[in-house]
Design a protein around this ligand. Structure first.
Ligand code: BGC
Length: 770
């Protein structure tokens, strides 16, 4: 999807707005580092009219609905009136310049616009979907992906990205699980910080830095039944301990803006929730930026039952919402509400000030055209270096779920390989959800990638084998945007299948490229059945009957139920949606040029009936381990265990964990505990391993999770290499929110666990006194 808004009649070249700042002594500046900004903005605000102030709170689209159905009309006229604070969905140096000039020229105080977009996992060069990026467990790569996205986005005039999405998700039915970092609050916080740093760079005033917008505040990922936009409801203890940490981590990393979520939080829609937007976010956490609503989320508060647009707009302003995305609730009602004394001038001023501060922090007052450099617009997007980084990130994100008899890596030479499946010779679905500026035509298919690696040294036979789906009602929803995102082949399914079986019969190994297409995950893409669509399963079942090694290359925006596949395939390589360089990355990994090192950040259930399923669950009073199941917390028809647990992922080599030793078993106060384990590469390949630290807190004032991730190290091992891996543990890592929401640790026993996944650990026990 590409959004181009060409503004006719935009002429003049406005000079950059350079204001002379009021005198500030060095001492005052030190005491208050924001003094200069405050004085500058205070000066403008003294002179701004009410309409001009309200205009700053209005975010519009450039004329195209990206996710909702509402678009804004009269953009040019509103710009001239100063009734627009920012634009989203518009990019390109020329288009941005035209708009910016119009704003600057018509604004008495030369107030620049802010230009935002959903740059989610890359701008032009597409990286793996966020869930895939998270399975790299490599903060350097994650930060780099955001940095490159920022460089490409700014090269096309953007200065604000609606990312990172840090919503914790424990429900694979929810389509937006693909946009986050999985189920762990601490790990989610690490990723959030890496992303914010990558986007905002060294200084947001730099020409290649964007402001991050952390979303969706809050609890959006806890939608009941995994159904999009549904109600979320949970105790404060659960909120604080398991859902809030990534948002808080993003604040600590200096994120410039937040987006309120569509759902209710403790019964009050997030967009009008004062406790959430002011008491927690600003007062408790010290957030200094501005909050924008989600797309028409303010208008939708009416559907939640809190009143008409005027009422909910007033509520939102009072709650601490500063900018209204698309719905024009602020623009159309705040003046009236002020006249009727439903809101105060001070409340409008505060929101306006925060928006102006964001623009100031981005350096846009000093130079509204700071990143509009046509030369960089040509050279930066999709540069060779950026594509290479995307490929490396993709390789690191793949999770090897199964590999019987070391069927992987495949031999590069003298093999006969059947490459089959609807996602094999496919470019569009390589990119995954949210790729507004992504150009799928430029992505590398798996078939191409395999051929790039093997050249002429092996024989590759391709057959499509199946349609992505043949369920026409499902297809119609997948094709919402009118493009043929998913289509049915002109040949019959039997013909497709026959061709694949024929190709497979001639080959030594079958590589089946299957799973979810692009529009099966992402926003408004909940699924009640999270298996591979039936048409593709039918193909897999026929291929499995041939008794040849069957390698599944799995595309997915969420954990899928894969019990049949796990039983019948020889190998499963989960590649998520790897982005522009998809095929090349898959080729490199299938043939062993890179040894997979990704680990899951979400639990894969055996059945959708187990959901929500997550590793850091509480114990029950009647936990089931083994023996008779009656009167235990267990299903009659299925085990409690996941198919693949959090933290799981194989390698072409093998790692053994031995000898967990603890520096002490009795500790007091602020001492540091060292937990050391010996990790050995006992296999024949060099490889990376994510060594994971979990801690359990079996006796506390509230029920605590059976284990929680508290650290990890991703390390390289040569074949035969052995390393002692040490984690330093301090009481800070033992803290949690108790039932009074006090954040502290409690003396007692702790179970220290180090291992290769959440369910494969060595354990030790310590006692820690206060
Ligand atoms: C989504 C947001 C997105 C916004 C603007 C909404 O529907 O929930 O994540 O940033 O649209 O495109």
């Amino acid at each position: 999807m590409k959004t181009i808004f060409t503004l006719k009649n935009a002429v003049c070249v406005a000079t950059a707005a350079l204001f002379v700042l009021p005198f500030n002594s060095a001492k005052a500046q030190k005491a208050n580092p924001d003094a200069k900004m405050n004085a500058f903005i205070g000066d403008i605000m003294k002179k701004m009219t009410l309409d001009e102030k309200i205009g700053q709170l209005n975010l519009i689209t450039s004329g195209m609905a990206i996710t909702g159905t509402v678009t804004n009309n009269g953009v040019e006229a509103n710009l001239k009136k100063g009734a627009i604070g920012g634009i989203f969905g518009l990019y390109g140096t020329q288009q941005v310049r035209e708009m910016q000039e119009l704003a600057i020229k018509n604004s008495r105080f030369k107030i620049p616009l802010i230009f935002g977009l959903d740059v989610i996992h890359g701008h032009r060069t597409i990286f793996p979907i966020p869930l895939g990026i998270s399975t790299t467990w490599d903060m350097g790569l994650i930060e780099q992906s955001a940095r490159i996205a920022a460089r490409e986005a700014t090269a096309e005039g953007l200065n604000w990205v609606f990312s990172p999405m840090v919503d914790i998700a424990r429900d694979a039915r929810w389509g937006r699980i693909s946009e986050g970092s999985g189920e762990d609050p601490w790990y989610g916080g690490q990723v959030a910080q890496a992303m914010v740093k990558g986007y905002q760079g060294k200084s947001m005033t730099d020409a290649d830095a964007v402001m991050a917008c952390v979303k969706h505040f809050a609890l959006y990922g806890a939608a009941e039944a995994g159904r999009e936009y549904n109600t979320a409801d949970m105790s404060k203890v659960a909120m604080y301990n398991y859902y809030m940490p990534p948002y808080k981590a993003a604040v600590d990393a200096g994120a410039g803006s937040f987006m309120s979520s569509f759902n209710v939080v403790d019964g009050v829609p997030a967009t009008v929730n004062r406790w959430l937007l002011t008491d927690l976010l600003r007062k408790q956490w010290g957030f200094k930026g501005f909050v924008v609503s989600d797309y028409t989320a303010l208008n939708e508060v009416t559907n939640h039952g809190l009143g008409d647009l005027q009422t909910v707009s007033a509520l939102a302003l009072k709650a601490g919402l500063d900018m209204d995305m698309v719905g024009e609730g602020f623009l159309s009602t705040l003046k009236k509400s002020l006249q009727e004394k439903k809101i105060t001038q001070a409340e409008i001023d505060l929101a306006c000030r925060r928006v102006l501060e964001a623009k100031y922090k981005l350096g846009l007052f000093a130079n509204p055209y700071k990143s509009l450099d046509p030369a960089r617009e040509k050279s930066e997007p999709m540069s060779e270096a950026n594509r290479k980084a995307a490929r490396t990130t993709a390789e690191h994100s793949f999770v090897l779920l199964k590999n019987d008899n070391q069927v992987l890596p495949l031999k590069k030479a003298n093999s006969k390989i059947a490459v089959v499946g609807p996602l094999a010779d496919n470019k569009r679905d390589m990119l995954g959800t949210w790729v507004i500026a992504g150009e799928w035509e430029k992505s590398v298919s798996v078939l191409e990638g395999i051929k790039n690696v093997v050249g002429n040294s092996s024989q590759i036979t391709y057959a499509k084998g199946a349609n992505i789906t043949e369920d026409t009602a499902f297809m119609a929803r997948l094709n919402f945007f009118g493009q043929q995102m998913v289509s049915i082949d002109k040949r019959s399914s039997d013909d497709l299948l026959e061709e694949a079986v024929k190709a497979a019969k001639k080959s030594d190994v079958i590589v089946a490229v299957v799973g979810e297409s692009q529009s099966m995950s992402g926003e408004s893409s909940s699924r009640a059945d999270i298996s591979i669509p039936e048409s593709q399963q039918r193909m897999l079942k026929e291929l499995a009957k041939l008794g040849k090694p069957l390698v599944i290359v799995l595309f997915n925006g969420r954990p899928l139920t894969l019990t049949w596949e796990n039983e019948h395939a020889s190998a499963i390589l989960d590649v998520w949606a790897p982005g522009t360089e998809a095929g090349n990355a898959v080729g490199e990994v299938l043939f062993g040029n890179y040894n997979p090192s990704g680990k899951l950040t979400t639990t894969f259930p055996r059945s959708v009936g187990q959901i929500p399923l997550y590793y850091n669950h509480l114990n029950t009073g009647r936990p089931y381990t083994d023996g008779p199941a009656k009167f235990k917390s267990v299903y009659l028809d299925i085990s409690n265990d996941p198919l693949y647990p959090f933290g799981y992922g194989l390698s072409y080599t093998k790692f053994s964990y031995t000898n967990l030793r603890l520096s002490k078993t009795k500790l007091k106060g602020n001492e540091t505990l060292q937990a050391t384990v010996t990790v050995t590469n006992t296999g024949g390949y060099a490889g990376e391993e994510v060594v994971q630290l979990y801690i359990g807190d079996p006796a506390a004032s509230i029920a605590r999770p059976v284990k929680e991730l508290k650290g990890f190290q991703k390390l390289n091992f040569q074949p035969g290499e052995r390393k002692d891996v040490t984690f330093n543990i301090t009481p800070a890592q033992l803290k949690f929110y108790n039932s009074q929401l006090k954040y502290d640790w409690e003396a007692g026993d702790f179970i220290i666990q180090v291992g290769t996944s959440s369910s494969d650990v060595k354990t030790g026990r310590v006692n820690w006194a206060k």
